[in-house]
Design a protein around this ligand. Structure first.
Ligand code: ADP
Ligand code: MG
Length: 330
């Protein structure tokens, strides 16, 4: 990389992340060599995931660099959360059309403040010229045999979701300037926008569910779609009861009768969708005492494949298209 870029990487990424690398004590060699050397604690399993955000595909052109930095790490931490893993290290691959100090400063701020919060150390990366995209690879740790998976649920298990799905889709619509059906107060608009721009990875929840949840997935493509993936991977189907769906007051005010569709089909929430055997559901409250986000039972897994959305126990046809703005139906 040209020397100018190297200085910027040093200033915005290597230096500010140095304290955390030292504090962790498990980074034998960090940024600066050809590769990082990481000390996996004896007996632990390494958990690895990578996700890329491409401008115009995963975020609107003009998204603030701070939000971009936050989201690039948050979507990956969400994958670790879905596995019940503890974050340890990450690598950053940055492709940008030109080198701008204000952009790098904002991106690093968003990225490293979330990294600090979850004590995940930046240990390397790559910087190239090209259309704007940010790729993060995360590495986490879990005791062997305790990671949550999406393929291990059984028919009859209860289906849960954390938080209030659909908020991020409404926030993205606002970011994209798509006219909204109704007017909400400024504070609610701000809340919905932030749910898209600054998602909260549910790490504490995922870790608390180890040994209790029978399966888990994070909600990135929409609740119905991701619940469907969990069910399919587990060889069953899912029934979602619309009257149980947790809809935030802001989403209800913003979208009115469309709020339920957003909750089922909106992407980018990064909540966790998980299952618990019905016989163990009473263990959930004690597990979640130190977990700040609410969880709601929204349905059950069933033997027959597919996702059924029900109202008063009767399947209803609901057009779930229209909330995936970067992959519109053709
Ligand atoms: P190489 O050519 O050997 O792949 P580079 O010159 O690309 O190495 O990078 C030098 C060092 O800087 C490496 O340790 C690499 O991990 C780190 N690095 C490069 N880009 C970034 C980035 N965007 N964020 C963090 N570390 C980076
Ligand atoms: Mg090299």
């Amino acid at each position: 990389m040209p020397p100018g870029e190297f200085e910027l990487i040093e200033r915005y990424f290597r230096a500010p992340a140095e304290a955390l690398r030292r504090e962790r004590g498990d980074v034998a060699l960090g940024i600066g060599d050809d590769a990082a050397l990481l000390q996996v604690p004896p007996g632990m399993q390494l958990v690895a995931a990578v996700d890329t955000l491409v401008e115009g595909r995963h975020f609107p052109t003009g998204t603030s660099p701070e939000s971009l930095g936050h989201r690039a790490l948050a979507v990956n931490l969400s994958d670790l959360a879905a596995m019940g893993a503890e974050p340890a290290w990450f690598l950053l691959s940055l492709t940008m059309p030109d080198v701008r100090a204000d952009f790098l400063e904002g991106l690093a701020r968003g990225l490293l403040s979330l990294a600090q919060e979850h004590r995940i150390a930046l240990v390397g990366g790559d910087t190239t010229a090209g259309p704007l995209s940010v790729s993060v690879q995360v590495l986490g740790l879990v005791e062997p045999g305790t990671a949550l998976r999406r393929s291990t649920a059984k028919s009859g298990d209860l289906l849960f979701v954390s938080g209030t799905p659909g908020d991020a889709a409404a926030g993205l619509e606002m970011e994209m300037g798509i006219p909204q059906a109704s007017q909400v107060v400024a504070a609610q608009q701000q809340y919905l926008r932030r749910r898209f721009l600054y998602p909260t990875p549910r790490l504490a929840l995922g870790q608390a569910l180890r040994g209790l949840a029978s399966a888990c997935i994070d909600v990135s493509d929409g609740l119905a779609a991701d619940a469907g993936k969990l069910a399919q991977a587990s060889g069953c189907g899912a029934r979602i009861e619309v009257e149980r769906l947790p809809v935030s007051a802001a989403l209800q005010a913003q979208l009115g009768s469309s709020a339920l569709r957003a909750a089922l089909a909106g992407g980018d929430d990064y909540e966790l969708c998980f299952t618990v055997a019905a016989s163990r559901a009473d263990e959930i409250p004690a597990r979640l005492i130190n977990v700040k986000c609410p969880v709601t039972c929204i349905g059950v897994l069933e033997e027959s494949a597919g996702v059924r959305v029900c109202k008063n126990g009767v399947p209803i046809g609901l057009d779930l298209r229209g909330y995936d703005h970067f992959n519109p139906p053709r």
